[in-house]
Structure formats: C-alpha cells, structure tokens
Design a protein around this ligand. Structure first.
Ligand code: KG4
Ligand code: ZN
Length: 347
C-alpha cells in the first residue's frame, strides 16, 4: 500500500510517501520537509499565526515535490494521512483540510493521525520492532513515558508536570541569548563547556513515579546567569553543559524508574525507544546507549531526521492504521489537544 503523509502541527511543512508491503515492511519513497525556521527566528519561537499562513503557502508545493520524488501521482495512493493533532490548531487545520480534499478527490480513505502516535510508531518503520516497547517521547511540546502495546494501545506511564524537555532547551537557549530552536544551539555550546561548574538541580530525581518537572531547572539556569552577569561565551558554554548534564541525569533516572515499574508488573518491554525532536541530541543518544546496556534492554532511536517532525512518520502511522482497517470520516475534527493514552486513539 502507498500512503501520503502530511505534517503541519508546528513549524515544519512536511509531506512524504511511504510504502508498506504485505509482510509489514515499510519503505520511504519520499520525505520532503520545509522548515519555517527563518520566519520564526526573529521572534525567538514559533508564532502560531505565521506558522499557519506559511503552511498554506507551502503545503501544495511540498506535497507535489513528495509525489514527484516518489515517482507517483495522487491517483495511485491508497490513502491520505495527516496529523490531526495535537499541535498549533491553525497549522493542523491546514494539513487536515488538505488531506480531506485529496481524499475526496481520489476517493481513497482519510487517516487522521495522532502526531504523538506517529512519533511512537516510527521505530516500527525503521527497525521493524514488535510490541510492546517503552517509548520515551521527548519533543518541544511533549515529554512522556508510554508503554506502546499495539496500534491505539498506549499506556501512559509518566510525563512532565510542567515544561517539556525540548521546551526547557528552547527557553534556556532564549534566556542565554542563543538562537531558536534552542536544542541544537544548547547542544553545540555545551560541547565546549564544563558541566560541573554550576550546581544545577536534578528535579524529580529518585521520585517513585516516573514523572518530570523541568521549569525549576530553567529558573536555576536563569538565576546562575543573573549572579554572574554580564555573561561571557565561556559562561554560556558552562551553563549549557550544566543544563544538558542535568537533563541527561534526569532522563536516565526517570527511564530507569519506568523500566523497573514495568518489570515489577511483569510487562517486560522488547526495547526502549527514544523519539521526538530532542532524540536528535547526540549526548542524549550516547547516554541512552550506555543506560540501555546497563538495563539489558535493546535501544532503538530512529535517525535524527525521523526524530524531528516529518511526513514519513505520519504516512507510516497511516499505513499501520490502514492495514488494520482504521480510517476516519471526512468530518473528523482537528484537535489542539490529543493525549496519547489508553482510549485516546481508536484501535
Ligand atoms: O518533535 P519536534 O521536531 O517538534 C515537536 O513536536 O515539538 O521537536 C522539536 C524540539 C524543539 O524543542 C527543539 O529544540 C528540540 O526538539 N531539539 C533538540 C535538538 N534538536 C531538536 N533538543 C536538544 N538537542 C537537540 N540536538
Ligand atoms: Zn513532534
């Protein structure tokens, strides 16, 4: 089957064509991403109105480019999938409405994909992973630990009580005067920094439930920066290194806690999967590798370009759902909020 996937929930306008064979193997035939980075950079973050308008301007060209690259035409598609949420509602409306229009014209099913489910299932496209697995989803809008037990079967184990990890990276970057998006900028600066110079907190470390709370860490970085203002390049590097080291310690501790909880419950996962934009961070990837070895758990992290938002993950989630006969009516509503938990996604 051949599925077009459309992604417009944040600041990437993306479309992809993914093919799935009878054995369940997936192949990415095209994966086109147009980042709106320049439109938002001057504002230090994503401006929803600008994002929605940019999706309107770019989406048809991006879809055409994906179809051309895949050497196919809309008439040959078996279904059209789009992220129907959660995300910035203006962008979600643009992507979902476009998918509905194509679906109507070609007479093939619409699949309204949960964006978080798309991140969660990417590991099955890249590594053919079997259920169940433990997912650490770390993106700009979400930080969750989820037991992925089947299509539409998601058990939320823990999550953030305030900021998402990517959001903490972005806010820390902003307060240190680094460009948006903050994650890659903080990672770059952290490379030259001394992580032990500033004593930063490890919020929730050692807590019994695998939840996160990151707003205090960002505040601690701000307070340290204010104490030594004006800050030099060296100070910024040391603060970034300290911040990233705190995040890594917290992630490792929280994942270990989740794995122990699952094991105590007799639910051994087949792997630990790390997904979402923050999974592009090299230091985090390397630490996760060490931790997975210590936990005797296979680790799966999709390549960085499939960790950040993209159309292939949406097309693949569409394939997985279509293969199970899960399609959606044309009056499906876009959703700004749509948690990934039991019962949230129809199975
Ligand atoms: O999954 P994603 O592309 O969009 C959302 O659904 O949120 O994730 C974007 C987030 C941003 O907060 C960005 O700063 C973060 O992922 N990010 C990183 C890195 N690359 C992207 N965070 C840390 N290190 C990175 N290398
Ligand atoms: Zn995302």
């Amino acid at each position: 089957m051949l599925v077009l996937g459309i992604e417009t929930t944040c600041d990437e306008t993306a479309a992809a064509v993914v093919e799935r064979d009878e054995r369940g193997d997936g192949a990415i035939r095209a994966n086109v991403i147009l980042s709106q980075l320049e439109e938002h950079q001057a504002f230090g973050g994503v401006v929803p109105e600008i994002a929605a308008r940019a999706h309107v301007e770019a989406l048809d060209g991006v879809i055409q480019a994906a179809l051309d690259e895949a050497g196919t035409a809309v008439a040959k598609l078996d279904a059209v999938a789009a992220s129907a949420g959660p995300g910035l509602i203006g962008g979600v409306i643009v992507g979902l409405t476009t998918a509905k229009a194509i679906s109507l014209v070609i007479g093939k099913p619409l699949i309204a994909v949960n964006h978080l489910e798309a991140h969660a299932l990417t590991a099955r496209l890249t590594h053919k992973l079997d259920f169940p697995y433990l997912l650490l989803l770390v993106s700009g809008g979400h930080t969750q630990l989820v037991s992925v037990e089947g299509i539409g079967e998601y058990r939320r184990i823990g999550g953030t009580r305030d900021d998402a990890v990517g959001e903490a990276f972005d806010k820390t970057a902003k307060l240190l005067g680094l460009p948006y998006p903050g994650g890659p900028a903080v990672e770059r600066c952290a490379k030259d920094g001394d992580p032990s110079r500033f004593k930063l907190p490890r919020p929730m470390f050692g807590e019994a439930l695998p939840d996160f709370s990151l707003s205090g860490l960002k505040t601690a970085v701000r307070q340290e920066a204010q104490k030594i203002a004006p800050i030099s390049r060296r100070d910024i590097a040391d603060l970034c290194a300290g911040f990233q080291a705190s995040i890594i310690d917290v992630l490792v501790d929280r994942v270990r806690c989740a794995v122990e909880m699952l094991r105590a419950d007799g639910r051994e996962p087949n792997a630990l999967v790390v997904a979402g934009g923050v999974a592009a961070n090299r230091a985090i990837r390397e630490t996760m590798e060490e931790m997975a070895i210590a936990l005797k758990l296979p680790l799966v992290i999709p390549p960085p370009e499939l960790c950040t938002d993209n159309g292939a993950m949406v097309a693949w989630a569409g394939c997985e759902r279509l293969a199970r006969g899960l399609t959606d009516p044309l009056d499906t509503k876009p959703r700004a909020r749509w948690p990934l938990e039991a019962g949230a996604v129809p199975a």
